[in-house]
Design a protein around this ligand. Structure first.
Ligand code: C2E
Ligand code: CA
Ligand code: CA
Ligand code: CA
Length: 276
Protein backbone atom coordinates (compact mmCIF):
# COMPACT_ATOMS: atom_id res chain seq x y z
CA UNK A 1 0.00 0.00 0.00
CA UNK A 2 2.90 2.27 0.85
CA UNK A 3 4.48 1.66 -2.52
CA UNK A 4 1.19 2.26 -4.29
CA UNK A 5 0.80 5.57 -2.52
CA UNK A 6 4.28 6.69 -3.39
CA UNK A 7 3.96 5.72 -7.03
CA UNK A 8 0.62 7.33 -7.23
CA UNK A 9 2.03 10.57 -5.94
CA UNK A 10 4.90 10.43 -8.40
CA UNK A 11 2.71 9.78 -11.38
CA UNK A 12 0.47 12.65 -10.39
CA UNK A 13 3.46 14.89 -9.84
CA UNK A 14 5.11 14.03 -13.15
CA UNK A 15 1.84 14.56 -14.97
CA UNK A 16 1.48 18.01 -13.48
CA UNK A 17 5.04 18.93 -14.41
CA UNK A 18 4.51 17.74 -17.94
CA UNK A 19 1.33 19.77 -18.22
CA UNK A 20 2.90 23.04 -17.15
CA UNK A 21 6.01 22.50 -19.30
CA UNK A 22 3.73 21.83 -22.29
CA UNK A 23 1.83 24.96 -21.51
CA UNK A 24 4.93 27.10 -21.33
CA UNK A 25 6.14 25.56 -24.59
CA UNK A 26 2.82 26.20 -26.25
CA UNK A 27 2.79 29.77 -24.96
CA UNK A 28 6.27 30.35 -26.41
CA UNK A 29 5.24 28.79 -29.71
CA UNK A 30 2.18 31.02 -29.85
CA UNK A 31 4.28 34.10 -29.07
CA UNK A 32 6.65 33.21 -31.90
CA UNK A 33 3.80 32.49 -34.29
CA UNK A 34 2.34 35.94 -33.58
CA UNK A 35 5.73 37.66 -33.93
CA UNK A 36 6.34 35.90 -37.24
CA UNK A 37 2.79 36.74 -38.31
CA UNK A 38 2.08 33.05 -38.91
CA UNK A 39 -1.50 33.12 -37.69
CA UNK A 40 -3.93 33.11 -40.57
CA UNK A 41 -7.44 34.40 -41.08
CA UNK A 42 -10.48 32.44 -42.19
CA UNK A 43 -13.64 34.23 -43.28
CA UNK A 44 -17.18 33.01 -42.68
CA UNK A 45 -19.90 34.72 -44.74
CA UNK A 46 -23.11 35.96 -43.10
CA UNK A 47 -26.41 35.89 -44.97
CA UNK A 48 -29.84 37.43 -45.23
CA UNK A 49 -32.18 34.47 -44.77
CA UNK A 50 -34.92 35.59 -47.20
CA UNK A 51 -32.87 36.91 -50.11
CA UNK A 52 -29.92 34.57 -49.52
CA UNK A 53 -27.63 37.55 -50.11
CA UNK A 54 -24.26 37.89 -48.41
CA UNK A 55 -24.47 40.66 -45.81
CA UNK A 56 -21.14 40.30 -44.05
CA UNK A 57 -18.32 38.02 -43.01
CA UNK A 58 -16.49 37.20 -39.79
CA UNK A 59 -12.70 37.02 -39.60
CA UNK A 60 -11.60 34.06 -37.46
CA UNK A 61 -8.05 33.37 -36.28
CA UNK A 62 -6.31 30.10 -37.21
CA UNK A 63 -3.05 28.73 -35.87
CA UNK A 64 -1.28 25.79 -37.44
CA UNK A 65 1.28 24.53 -34.97
CA UNK A 66 4.38 23.02 -36.66
CA UNK A 67 4.04 19.78 -34.63
CA UNK A 68 0.45 19.57 -33.44
CA UNK A 69 -1.30 20.91 -36.54
CA UNK A 70 -4.29 23.24 -36.23
CA UNK A 71 -4.93 24.23 -32.62
CA UNK A 72 -8.63 24.82 -31.82
CA UNK A 73 -9.23 28.60 -31.59
CA UNK A 74 -10.97 28.32 -28.20
CA UNK A 75 -7.73 26.80 -26.85
CA UNK A 76 -5.20 29.27 -28.20
CA UNK A 77 -7.50 32.27 -27.65
CA UNK A 78 -7.91 31.22 -24.00
CA UNK A 79 -4.13 30.78 -23.73
CA UNK A 80 -3.59 34.19 -25.32
CA UNK A 81 -6.07 35.82 -22.94
CA UNK A 82 -4.37 34.29 -19.91
CA UNK A 83 -0.89 35.34 -21.01
CA UNK A 84 -1.57 38.81 -22.40
CA UNK A 85 -0.68 37.68 -25.91
CA UNK A 86 -4.24 38.49 -26.92
CA UNK A 87 -3.54 42.15 -27.74
CA UNK A 88 -0.75 41.37 -30.20
CA UNK A 89 -2.79 38.46 -31.60
CA UNK A 90 -5.80 40.70 -32.26
CA UNK A 91 -3.62 43.47 -33.70
CA UNK A 92 -2.19 40.95 -36.13
CA UNK A 93 -5.76 39.93 -37.01
CA UNK A 94 -6.73 43.57 -37.59
CA UNK A 95 -3.64 44.21 -39.75
CA UNK A 96 -4.10 41.06 -41.84
CA UNK A 97 -7.86 41.34 -42.22
CA UNK A 98 -7.80 44.98 -43.34
CA UNK A 99 -4.93 44.34 -45.72
CA UNK A 100 -6.83 41.42 -47.33
CA UNK A 101 -9.90 43.63 -47.78
CA UNK A 102 -7.71 46.26 -49.41
CA UNK A 103 -6.16 43.67 -51.77
CA UNK A 104 -9.59 42.37 -52.80
CA UNK A 105 -10.92 45.84 -53.41
CA UNK A 106 -7.88 46.56 -55.60
CA UNK A 107 -8.92 43.49 -57.59
CA UNK A 108 -12.32 45.15 -58.00
CA UNK A 109 -14.06 42.66 -55.74
CA UNK A 110 -17.01 43.80 -53.69
CA UNK A 111 -16.25 42.92 -50.08
CA UNK A 112 -19.06 42.68 -47.50
CA UNK A 113 -18.71 44.32 -44.08
CA UNK A 114 -16.17 42.25 -42.19
CA UNK A 115 -16.22 41.68 -38.44
CA UNK A 116 -13.23 41.22 -36.18
CA UNK A 117 -13.37 39.79 -32.64
CA UNK A 118 -11.94 42.03 -29.92
CA UNK A 119 -11.59 40.82 -26.34
CA UNK A 120 -12.03 42.77 -23.14
CA UNK A 121 -8.30 42.90 -22.41
CA UNK A 122 -7.82 44.86 -25.61
CA UNK A 123 -10.37 47.46 -24.53
CA UNK A 124 -8.04 48.40 -21.67
CA UNK A 125 -5.40 49.52 -24.20
CA UNK A 126 -5.63 53.27 -24.54
CA UNK A 127 -4.58 53.19 -28.19
CA UNK A 128 -7.12 50.62 -29.39
CA UNK A 129 -9.14 53.17 -31.36
CA UNK A 130 -6.12 54.99 -32.89
CA UNK A 131 -4.65 51.61 -33.87
CA UNK A 132 -7.80 50.69 -35.77
CA UNK A 133 -8.01 54.16 -37.36
CA UNK A 134 -4.38 53.95 -38.48
CA UNK A 135 -4.92 50.55 -40.09
CA UNK A 136 -8.09 51.69 -41.82
CA UNK A 137 -6.16 54.66 -43.24
CA UNK A 138 -3.16 52.56 -44.31
CA UNK A 139 -5.53 50.32 -46.28
CA UNK A 140 -7.70 53.07 -47.75
CA UNK A 141 -10.74 51.78 -45.89
CA UNK A 142 -13.48 53.51 -43.93
CA UNK A 143 -15.18 52.37 -40.75
CA UNK A 144 -18.36 51.43 -42.62
CA UNK A 145 -16.46 48.49 -44.07
CA UNK A 146 -15.87 46.78 -40.75
CA UNK A 147 -17.59 45.63 -37.58
CA UNK A 148 -16.29 44.67 -34.16
CA UNK A 149 -17.61 41.74 -32.17
CA UNK A 150 -17.32 42.09 -28.42
CA UNK A 151 -18.49 39.75 -25.69
CA UNK A 152 -21.40 40.40 -23.39
CA UNK A 153 -19.02 40.61 -20.42
CA UNK A 154 -17.46 43.76 -21.90
CA UNK A 155 -20.66 45.77 -21.73
CA UNK A 156 -21.92 44.01 -18.60
CA UNK A 157 -19.02 45.64 -16.75
CA UNK A 158 -20.58 48.98 -17.64
CA UNK A 159 -17.25 50.81 -17.60
CA UNK A 160 -17.31 54.36 -18.89
CA UNK A 161 -13.99 54.21 -20.76
CA UNK A 162 -15.25 51.19 -22.69
CA UNK A 163 -18.46 52.91 -23.73
CA UNK A 164 -16.38 55.93 -24.82
CA UNK A 165 -14.26 53.70 -27.04
CA UNK A 166 -17.37 52.07 -28.49
CA UNK A 167 -18.83 55.49 -29.26
CA UNK A 168 -15.62 56.57 -31.00
CA UNK A 169 -15.61 53.40 -33.08
CA UNK A 170 -19.24 53.93 -34.07
CA UNK A 171 -18.50 57.53 -35.03
CA UNK A 172 -16.00 56.08 -37.50
CA UNK A 173 -18.86 54.06 -39.01
CA UNK A 174 -17.78 50.79 -37.43
CA UNK A 175 -20.67 48.61 -36.25
CA UNK A 176 -20.52 47.01 -32.81
CA UNK A 177 -22.02 43.57 -32.24
CA UNK A 178 -22.38 41.73 -28.96
CA UNK A 179 -21.23 38.15 -29.49
CA UNK A 180 -22.58 35.01 -27.81
CA UNK A 181 -25.53 37.01 -26.55
CA UNK A 182 -27.67 35.40 -23.86
CA UNK A 183 -24.95 33.32 -22.25
CA UNK A 184 -24.32 34.25 -18.68
CA UNK A 185 -25.60 37.70 -17.82
CA UNK A 186 -29.04 38.42 -16.45
CA UNK A 187 -29.08 42.22 -16.29
CA UNK A 188 -30.08 43.74 -19.59
CA UNK A 189 -30.12 47.35 -18.45
CA UNK A 190 -26.66 47.91 -19.93
CA UNK A 191 -28.09 47.44 -23.40
CA UNK A 192 -29.93 50.73 -23.06
CA UNK A 193 -26.86 52.64 -21.96
CA UNK A 194 -24.32 51.09 -24.24
CA UNK A 195 -23.44 52.05 -27.72
CA UNK A 196 -24.10 48.93 -29.81
CA UNK A 197 -25.66 48.03 -33.16
CA UNK A 198 -26.42 44.35 -32.99
CA UNK A 199 -26.84 41.27 -30.80
CA UNK A 200 -25.51 37.92 -31.96
CA UNK A 201 -27.77 35.24 -30.58
CA UNK A 202 -25.47 32.51 -29.28
CA UNK A 203 -25.32 29.26 -31.18
CA UNK A 204 -26.20 27.24 -28.09
CA UNK A 205 -29.72 28.76 -28.26
CA UNK A 206 -30.04 28.30 -32.00
CA UNK A 207 -28.90 24.70 -31.89
CA UNK A 208 -31.38 23.86 -29.17
CA UNK A 209 -34.12 25.98 -30.67
CA UNK A 210 -37.19 24.20 -29.32
CA UNK A 211 -36.05 24.53 -25.71
CA UNK A 212 -35.05 28.16 -26.18
CA UNK A 213 -37.81 29.48 -28.38
CA UNK A 214 -39.11 31.92 -25.74
CA UNK A 215 -35.64 33.22 -24.95
CA UNK A 216 -34.86 33.81 -28.62
CA UNK A 217 -38.23 35.47 -29.21
CA UNK A 218 -37.67 37.70 -26.17
CA UNK A 219 -34.20 38.74 -27.35
CA UNK A 220 -35.57 39.62 -30.78
CA UNK A 221 -38.54 41.58 -29.38
CA UNK A 222 -36.34 43.47 -26.94
CA UNK A 223 -33.82 44.31 -29.68
CA UNK A 224 -36.59 45.70 -31.85
CA UNK A 225 -37.75 47.96 -29.02
CA UNK A 226 -34.22 49.20 -28.48
CA UNK A 227 -33.56 49.61 -32.19
CA UNK A 228 -30.79 47.02 -32.13
CA UNK A 229 -30.29 44.53 -34.96
CA UNK A 230 -30.06 40.78 -34.36
CA UNK A 231 -28.16 37.98 -36.06
CA UNK A 232 -28.27 34.27 -35.25
CA UNK A 233 -25.05 32.26 -35.29
CA UNK A 234 -24.46 28.54 -35.57
CA UNK A 235 -27.40 27.94 -37.91
CA UNK A 236 -26.95 24.43 -39.25
CA UNK A 237 -30.35 23.08 -40.27
CA UNK A 238 -33.28 24.11 -42.40
CA UNK A 239 -35.55 23.78 -39.36
CA UNK A 240 -33.43 26.25 -37.39
CA UNK A 241 -33.39 28.64 -40.34
CA UNK A 242 -37.15 28.50 -40.78
CA UNK A 243 -37.79 28.96 -37.06
CA UNK A 244 -35.58 32.06 -37.11
CA UNK A 245 -37.35 33.45 -40.17
CA UNK A 246 -40.68 32.92 -38.39
CA UNK A 247 -39.39 35.09 -35.53
CA UNK A 248 -38.21 37.69 -38.04
CA UNK A 249 -34.51 37.15 -37.32
CA UNK A 250 -33.22 37.40 -40.86
CA UNK A 251 -29.47 37.84 -40.41
CA UNK A 252 -27.84 34.44 -40.07
CA UNK A 253 -24.43 32.81 -39.97
CA UNK A 254 -23.68 29.12 -39.90
CA UNK A 255 -22.76 25.93 -41.65
CA UNK A 256 -26.13 25.82 -43.43
CA UNK A 257 -24.74 28.57 -45.68
CA UNK A 258 -21.00 28.30 -45.31
CA UNK A 259 -18.18 27.18 -43.05
CA UNK A 260 -15.32 29.59 -42.39
CA UNK A 261 -13.27 29.66 -45.61
CA UNK A 262 -9.52 29.95 -46.02
CA UNK A 263 -8.18 33.00 -47.86
CA UNK A 264 -7.96 31.57 -51.36
CA UNK A 265 -11.38 29.91 -51.14
CA UNK A 266 -12.96 33.06 -49.74
CA UNK A 267 -11.46 35.11 -52.58
CA UNK A 268 -12.97 32.69 -55.10
CA UNK A 269 -16.24 32.92 -53.19
CA UNK A 270 -16.18 36.73 -53.47
CA UNK A 271 -15.46 36.46 -57.17
CA UNK A 272 -18.43 34.16 -57.76
CA UNK A 273 -20.66 36.21 -55.49
CA UNK A 274 -19.76 39.37 -57.46
CA UNK A 275 -20.87 37.71 -60.68
CA UNK A 276 -24.35 36.99 -59.32
P1 C2E B 1 -17.17 33.03 -32.06
O1 C2E B 1 -16.70 34.43 -32.14
O2 C2E B 1 -18.48 32.77 -31.43
O3 C2E B 1 -17.13 32.51 -33.55
C1 C2E B 1 -18.04 31.60 -34.09
C2 C2E B 1 -17.53 30.20 -33.98
O4 C2E B 1 -18.57 29.32 -34.37
C3 C2E B 1 -16.36 29.92 -34.91
O5 C2E B 1 -15.56 28.94 -34.28
C4 C2E B 1 -17.07 29.31 -36.13
O6 C2E B 1 -16.22 28.49 -36.90
C5 C2E B 1 -18.13 28.50 -35.44
N1 C2E B 1 -19.30 28.27 -36.28
C6 C2E B 1 -19.77 29.01 -37.30
N2 C2E B 1 -20.90 28.48 -37.83
C7 C2E B 1 -21.14 27.37 -37.11
C8 C2E B 1 -22.17 26.36 -37.17
O7 C2E B 1 -23.10 26.39 -37.98
N3 C2E B 1 -22.10 25.36 -36.26
C9 C2E B 1 -21.11 25.29 -35.34
N4 C2E B 1 -21.11 24.27 -34.49
N5 C2E B 1 -20.12 26.21 -35.26
C10 C2E B 1 -20.14 27.23 -36.12
P2 C2E B 1 -13.98 29.03 -34.25
O8 C2E B 1 -13.48 29.59 -35.54
O9 C2E B 1 -13.49 27.70 -33.77
O10 C2E B 1 -13.71 30.11 -33.14
C11 C2E B 1 -14.05 29.85 -31.82
C12 C2E B 1 -13.96 31.09 -31.00
O11 C2E B 1 -12.62 31.57 -30.91
C13 C2E B 1 -14.76 32.26 -31.58
O12 C2E B 1 -16.11 32.12 -31.28
C14 C2E B 1 -14.11 33.42 -30.84
O13 C2E B 1 -14.64 33.55 -29.57
C15 C2E B 1 -12.68 32.96 -30.75
N6 C2E B 1 -11.87 33.64 -31.78
C16 C2E B 1 -11.55 33.27 -33.04
N7 C2E B 1 -10.77 34.21 -33.63
C17 C2E B 1 -10.62 35.20 -32.72
C18 C2E B 1 -9.92 36.47 -32.70
O14 C2E B 1 -9.29 36.90 -33.68
N8 C2E B 1 -10.00 37.20 -31.53
C19 C2E B 1 -10.70 36.75 -30.44
N9 C2E B 1 -10.74 37.51 -29.35
N10 C2E B 1 -11.36 35.60 -30.44
C20 C2E B 1 -11.32 34.83 -31.56
CA1 CA C 1 -17.50 36.25 -33.00
CA1 CA D 1 -20.31 33.82 -31.19
CA1 CA E 1 -18.27 31.79 -28.85
Amino acid sequence: AKEYGANNYQVFHEGMMELSVDRIKLENDLRKAIENEELTVHFQPKYHAMSNKVIGAEALARWKHPLHGYVPPIDFIALAEETNLIVSLERLMIKKTLSYINDWKKKKLEVPRTSINISIVHFYQEDLVPFIEENLRKNNLIGDEIEIEITESIIAKGELHINEKLQKLRKLGIEISVDDFGTGYSSLSYLVNFSIDRLKIDKSFVQNFDNNKEVIAAIIAMSKNLNIKTIAEGVETKEQLESLIALDCLEVQGYIYSRPLEIQTYEEFLLKNNEL
